[in-house]
Design a protein around this ligand. Structure first.
Ligand SMILES: CC(C)(COP(=O)(O)OP(=O)(O)OC[C@H]1O[C@@H](n2cnc3c(N)ncnc32)[C@H](O)[C@@H]1OP(=O)(O)O)[C@@H](O)C(=O)NCCC(=O)NCCS
Length: 332
C-alpha cells in the first residue's frame, strides 16, 4: 500500500480547490451519467457561507497529485451526533489505499469532534456491486438504507408530461401554487411545519437522522443561501380547501449547468395523501422548469426503494432507475 499525505483543502484557495474538484469530478467516468457537478457549480457551493454545516474538504496527495477526495459534513443545527461523508477516488487510483487513508483521517476527526455516527453512501449499477459497496463492506460499514437514483430524460418524456397534466382531475378541491426560491409569506408557517415533519415521514431505514425543527427565520436563511449559490428553484405547494399547506415539491437547476436539474424534495402531509397532489405538484414544477430552461435534458432524483407512492409517481412521469444508492452507517 502506498503512503498518501492527507491535507485539508481551503475552498477559498482556488489553486487547491481546483485539483480537488478535478479528482472528484473524474469519478464521473465510473457512473452512467455525469453525476458530479462541474467546476463553477462546485466552487459556488463550497465557497458560499453555510451556518448550518461545518464542511471539511480533504485531499489524498500522492506527491503533488490529488488521488482521492473527502467531503465531511457536520450538521450544526441538528444531528449533532452524526457526520456525513462523500469519499471519492478516481477509478485509475483505486485499490492503492487512498480511500482507506482518507477514511482513517475522517474517523479521527469525527471522534475528536465527539460525534458517534458516520453516514456515507456508494452508488452501483442496478442490482450490482461496485467498488464502493466492496469498500464499505471491507471497512466495517453496515447497510442502513437503500435508495434508487432515477433520471428523467426530458428529450424523450418531456411532451408526455403535458399529456399527463391534461389528464389531471380537479384534485378534490386542493389547488397548486407555484413559486421560486422564496416561499410566499402566507405559506411560510405551513412550509416550516411540513419541513419539520419531513425527516419523520420519509423512509430512512436504519439511518440515525433525527428530525429537525424549521422556523421561519431558518427557512428564510436557507432560501437566501440557495439564491446566493446561484440556484434556480421551481417550487410548488398544494393548498388544502381550508388553506393549509398540504404538500411541497421543488426542482432546481444551477446555471451554467442548465441542461440538468434535480429534485430537492417532494412531500405530502399524512392527512392529505391520496388526492394526486404529489404528481400534480411535480408536473407543475417540471412545466415551469421546461418553460424557463428548454435546453434542460435531464432531471435527477432519488428515493427509497420501499417508497411505493413516490415510485409510482416517478414511473408515470418517465423517471427510470439509473443506479442503486447504498447508504451506510458506522458507529464509532
Ligand atoms: C470507495 C472508494 C473511495 C475506495 O477507494 P480506494 O482508494 O480504492 O480504497 P482502498 O484502496 O483503500 O481499498 C480498501 C479495501 O476496500 C476493499 N475494496 C475496495 N475496492 C474493492 C473492489 N473493487 N473489490 C473488492 N474489494 C474492494 C478491499 O478490501 C480494499 O483493500 P485491498 O485493496 O487491500 O484488498 C472508491 O472505490 C470510489 O471512489 N468509489 C466510488 C465512490 C464511492 O462509492 N464512495 C463511497 C464508498 S463508501
Amino acid at each position: 500500500m502506498s503512503t498518501f499525505e492527507i491535507r485539508v483543502v481551503d475552498p477559498a484557495d482556488e489553486s487547491r480547490l481546483k485539483p480537488w474538484w478535478v479528482a472528484a469530478h473524474e469519478t464521473n467516468t465510473d457512473r452512467p451519467y455525469d453525476a458530479y457537478p462541474g467546476w463553477e457549480v462546485t466552487r459556488a457551493r463550497l465557497t458560499a457561507d453555510d451556518p448550518e454545516h461545518d464542511i471539511t474538504l480533504l485531499a489524498a496527495y500522492d506527491g503533488d497529485e490529488v488521488v482521492g477526495t473527502a467531503e465531511l459534513w457536520f450538521g450544526l443545527k441538528d444531528n449533532l451526533h452524526l457526520a456525513e461523508l462523500e469519499l471519492l477516488v478516481p477509478p485509475r487510483h483505486r485499490r492503492r489505499g487512498a480511500g482507506t487513508a482518507l477514511l482513517n483521517d475522517v474517523e479521527r476527526r469525527i471522534k475528536e469532534a465527539g460525534r458517534t455516527h458516520l453516514v456515507t453512501a456508494a452508488p452501483s449499477l442496478p442490482g450490482a456491486d461496485s467498488d464502493g459497496t466492496h469498500f464499505a463492506a471491507a471497512r466495517g460499514f453496515a447497510n442502513a438504507h437503500f435508495e434508487e437514483l432515477k433520471n428523467l430524460d426530458l428529450t424523450q418524456y418531456g411532451d408526455g408530461l403535458d399529456a399527463l397534466a391534461a389528464e389531471q382531475g380537479d384534485l378534490d378541491g386542493y389547488r397548486i401554487v407555484t413559486f421560486g426560491v422564496w416561499a410566499p409569506d402566507e405559506l411560510v408557517d405551513g412550509v416550516c411545519g411540513l419541513l419539520s415533519d419531513f425527516m419523520d415521514d420519509v423512509p430512512l431505514g436504519e439511518l440515525a437522522f433525527e428530525s429537525s425543527t424549521w422556523t421561519p427565520e431558518r427557512l428564510r436563511a436557507a432560501e437566501r443561501r440557495r439564491e446566493e449559490r446561484g440556484k434556480v428553484i421551481f417550487s410548488a405547494a398544494a393548498i388544502a380547501p381550508d388553506g393549509a399547506v398540504a404538500g411541497l415539491s421543488d426542482v432546481g437547476t444551477t446555471p451554467p449547468e442548465t441542461t440538468k436539474a434535480e429534485i430537492g424534495l417532494t412531500m405530502v402531509g399524512r392527512e392529505h395523501r391520496g388526492h394526486g397532489l404529489g404528481l400534480a405538484m411535480k408536473l407543475a414544477t417540471h412545466r415551469e422548469l421546461r418553460a424557463a430552461y428548454p435546453e434542460c435534458q435531464r432531471v435527477e432524483t432519488g428515493n427509497a426503494g420501499v417508497n411505493q407512492h413516490m415510485n409510482a409517481i416517478n414511473e408515470r412521469m418517465g423517471y427510470r432507475i439509473v443506479e442503486d444508492f447504498h447508504e451506510y452507517q458506522k458507529v464509532l
